[in-house]
Design a protein around this ligand. Structure first.
Ligand code: F0G
Length: 482
């Protein structure tokens, strides 16, 4: 939390911004919410925001933009090739991430596609701290496989390990020796490891991974989509880095990486994505794929206005009062919920507050998607849209068998500077209600399952009519309240 101290009131995270443009929200009545979640196939991705009160689905493309970002968008130099806006972006990437060569992509997964197509051959193994859904899908699409090398306790959801995103160095060495250097095109490190609850890695660990990469001559690729938050937690939790600036920490992490890619929808509170490096040969290997899949090399499928916003947003990630807002709110939410006995992922991470759905809904077998069921039930009782991050979000293996996820999470995202503390408190209140009534929630099964990234557009249905039970209990407790 920022260093401001309170006199006598409870220490709450204090906003260092003021709101100047707002969007009206509606909390639609319970009956409408029931219809909406049924129409959405009990998949919160398929809800319309018309029916959503607080949209805690994701921070991707939903962080609040600053006045300076919006102002910059007005100066966009629209050109198919050679846009001066791209020059500004290149300079920002050099200044903030310390990399000279930049390939723009329409978003993070565009970067993943280009990297995977360039470097992975069928049968290759990609060691990593943990996968992200789109990264895994692109690795699998070119015939690669992953090896997740977190420490054993990283999947323990309630923990006091400050760096659950660290790679276990012993496991990394073993993995390389087992599969052979020739089968490992790169090691992937993900900042603020998304799917295990937005958990950071330490700078010390990144240095150790670099040493192993050097020892075997393997490239190190960093997914920097959430590097700002990872750096903020390093500053909070890693003794050696307490006195360093955000800029120094970010630069140290990126300087340890050969290739850095990112989703600008997260990193710079804009749209877009990119890949950057200081190694010209790597840049040249990927260069030709940008016009093929993304767009010309000075826009990469991103609107030029967004490129301007990206450049300004990148510099803003260095501002601690900005980058701390979401993690500090998450800390508030997670600690408050834990105090009420609600099982949350600890230590509090970034991106959102993560509910441990397996423990929350311990009566629902994992094959019946407890996290998906909890996401639907929570929407029903609150109008708040969270995201399932469990077995619905998993991919089937190459033989078509269901792969149950390591963890079943309901993610309640807190995009940067979007929600107020009273809205967060409302979400916490409804979460407590659904926790007290959790036995009323039942399981789900697929009625439509797309073959790739099924969680986006898949449909499910309740195995018994538990939504009706939940609605009855809500009416009993809340009367005619929304
Ligand atoms: N890497 C990480 C760590 C991400 O969190 C994401 C997206 C991507 C890559 C892909 O980037 O969406 O711009 O193509 N995460 C979003 C989320 C979708 O909701 O967590 P993208």
């Amino acid at each position: 939390m920022n260093p401001l101290k309170f006199y006598k009131s409870e220490p709450i995270p204090l906003e260092f911004h003021k709101v100047r443009i707002v969007q009206k929200l509606n909390l639609v009545p319970l009956d409408r919410r029931l219809l909406a979640i049924k129409d959405a196939g009990f998949n919160t991705f398929k809800l319309s925001t018309r029916d959503v009160f607080l949209d805690m689905l994701t921070d991707s493309g939903t962080n609040a933009m600053s006045d300076n970002q919006l102002a910059a968008m007005m100066q966009a130099d629209d050109a198919y090739a050679g846009s001066q806006s791209f020059d500004k972006l290149q300079k920002a990437v050099q200044d903030v991430l310390g990399k000279k060569y930049l390939l723009p992509t329409h978003q993070g997964r565009g970067a993943e596609n280009v990297i995977c197509r360039t470097f992975i051959k069928p049968g290759n193994i990609i060691p990593m701290n943990y996968h992200f859904t789109t990264a895994l899908a692109h690795i699998m699409a070119v015939g690669g496989k992953i090896a997740e090398l977190l420490h054993d306790d990283a999947l323990k959801l309630q923990s006091d390990n400050p760096f659950k995103g660290n790679i276990d160095i012993e496991k990394l060495e073993k993995c390389i020796q087992e599969h052979g250097v020739e089968n490992i095109p790169f090691i992937r490190m993900e900042a603020s490891t998304n799917l295990i609850g937005g958990q950071p890695f330490s700078v010390r660990n990144m240095m150790d991974v670099r040493k192993v990469a050097d020892k075997y001559g393997i490239m190190l690729v960093l997914d920097a989509s959430l590097i700002g938050e990872n750096a903020y937690l390093v500053k909070q939790r890693e003794e050696e880095w307490k006195e360093n600036s955000m800029e120094e920490i970010i630069k140290m992490i990126t300087s340890l990486s050969d290739l850095v890619y990112f989703s600008a929808r997260k990193l710079s509170s804009s749209r877009g994505g990119g890949i950057c490096t200081n190694r010209k040969a790597l840049y040249q290997k990927m260069e030709a794929l940008i016009p093929l899949y993304e767009g010309f090399l000075t826009y990469g499928g991103i609107s030029i206005r967004e490129i301007e916003a990206m450049a300004v947003g990148l510099y803003e990630t260095l501002d601690e009062t900005m980058i701390s807002q979401s993690p500090d709110f998450i800390h508030f939410m997670v600690t408050g919920c834990m105090n009420k006995g609600i099982p949350m992922v600890t230590p509090p991470g970034v991106l959102g507050a993560h509910v441990d759905a397996m423990q929350f809904c311990s009566h629902i077998p994992q094959e019946q998607y407890p996290a998906g069921a909890l996401a639907a039930a929570f929407y029903l009782c609150s109008g708040v849209r969270g995201m399932e991050r469990g077995s619905v979000s998993s991919a089937r293996d190459e033989n078509g068998n269901e792969v149950l996820a390591d963890v079943e999470l309901l993610r309640l995202a807190l995009p940067r500077r979007v929600f107020t503390l009273s809205q967060v408190k409302y979400a916490m209140d409804r979460l407590e209600w659904i926790f007290d009534n959790r036995k009323l929630i039942g399981g789900l099964r697929f009625t439509y399952e797309p073959p790739v990234l099924r969680f986006f557009m898949g449909s499910l249905e309740p195995i018994v009519d538990w939504p009706a039970r939940l609605v009855d209990k809500f009416r009993k407790d809340f009367g005619d309240s929304l």
